[in-house]
Design a binder for this molecule. Structure first.
Ligand code: NAP
Length: 287
């Protein structure tokens, strides 16, 4: 049971976590701290949080669980403010989509209290953002990756693990470096491709005609290009090395595809598409 939960950044992910914990009665009180007053007010009106605090110090006072749910680029600033006021009772975790940069910022900002920080990332979400899009069942059946460091306190790790499991998520642990490399391929790369594809099409001379003819294939492939640009700029900048490696690999494979089409290499195309279809069909069966 969490006595006082403080969510910093009450958007899609922070709001959904608060709703889920409230729905099952796993939390007594939820306070929120964020940036725009309008969003925070809406979070109270929607019943996502009990109270808004205008100062971070007040928001985290007596909190036993603090969740950082701001875009990755905003984490360091929040952690810097949190460092001097963090009590020894509180466990701090985050939901950022990149882990290495957040871990570095937390280590610097929290000093000896870094042991109380449990880095995390729920693999659930959507292209929508803001507290109005939050839902209590977002994490039901979802995977949550925690990337504890050698210094991470075992009891703090267990508390964060329990928080996610209580709302129906499956928790796994990875190193921050493995997380960032794997997520670069599974999540960050597809987002880059979707943004790039839509941007390429809208800059085309015939873009109106192309978009008028865009059916489900285009819509399915590009749904995630509707995601928040600030969030994705931050993810690119924070996971630069792994993402560039994934993009370079993709560019090489795209080059091979261009060559095969130019040469009219039917067998190569058939092999590649059949291999991909087999893998994609397997993914459907797993889910
Ligand atoms: P979101 O819906 O845009 O919510 C972010 C919230 O943080 C907003 O309420 C925003 O306030 C607030 N905020 C932004 N910058 C801030 C700052 N500097 N100080 C205080 N508050 C600030 O975003 P989200 O989708 O919930 O994403 C939150 C985190 O979860 C990100 O780190 C993201 O990488 C991670 N994540 C996202 C997904 C996904 O699919 N969306 C999935 C897994 C993890 P305003 O209302 O004032 O803008």
């Amino acid at each position: 049971m969490i006595n006082k939960l403080c969510i910093i950044g009450i958007g899609l992910i922070g709001g959904s976590l608060a709703r889920a914990l409230r729905d099952i009665g796993h939390v007594r009180e939820v306070t929120g701290y964020g940036r725009s007053v309008g969003n925070l007010r809406q979070a109270v009106e929607l019943g996502v949080i009990d109270r808004v605090e205008v100062s971070l110090v007040d928001a985290v006072r007596n909190a036993d669980m603090i969740v950082l749910a701001v875009p990755v680029g905003g984490m360091a600033e929040i952690l810097d403010q949190l460092g001097p006021v963090l009590s020894t009772q509180a466990v701090v975790t985050d939901v950022g989509s990149v882990k290495g940069s957040v871990v570095t910022a937390a280590r610097q900002a929290l000093g000896t209290r870094f042991t109380q920080f449990v880095p995390g990332h729920p693999l659930a979400g959507s292209e929508q953002s803001g507290v109005a899009a939050s839902t209590p069942d977002l994490f039901q059946g979802a995977r949550v990756i925690l990337t504890p460091e050698p210094e991470t306190d075992a009891a703090a790790l267990a508390r964060v693990q329990e928080m996610w499991q209580t709302i129906g998520a499956q928790v796994a642990t990875l190193s921050a470096a493995d997380h960032d490399r794997i997520l670069a391929a599974s999540s960050h790369l597809p987002h880059m491709l979707a943004y790039c594809l839509v941007d390429m099409v809208v800059r085309h001379d015939d873009h109106r005609a192309i978009l008028e003819c865009a059916a489900n294939g285009f819509r399915d492939t590009t749904r995630i290009a509707g995601s928040d640009p600030v969030m994705w700029r931050d993810i690119c900048l924070a996971n630069r090395e792994a993402l560039v490696a994934a993009l370079r690999q993709y560019r090489t494979d795209l080059g091979a595809l261009v060559e095969a089409i130019e040469k009219g290499d039917g067998p190569w195309l058939l092999d590649t598409f059949a291999r991909a279809k087999h893998a994609r069909d397997g993914l459907n069966k797993k889910n």
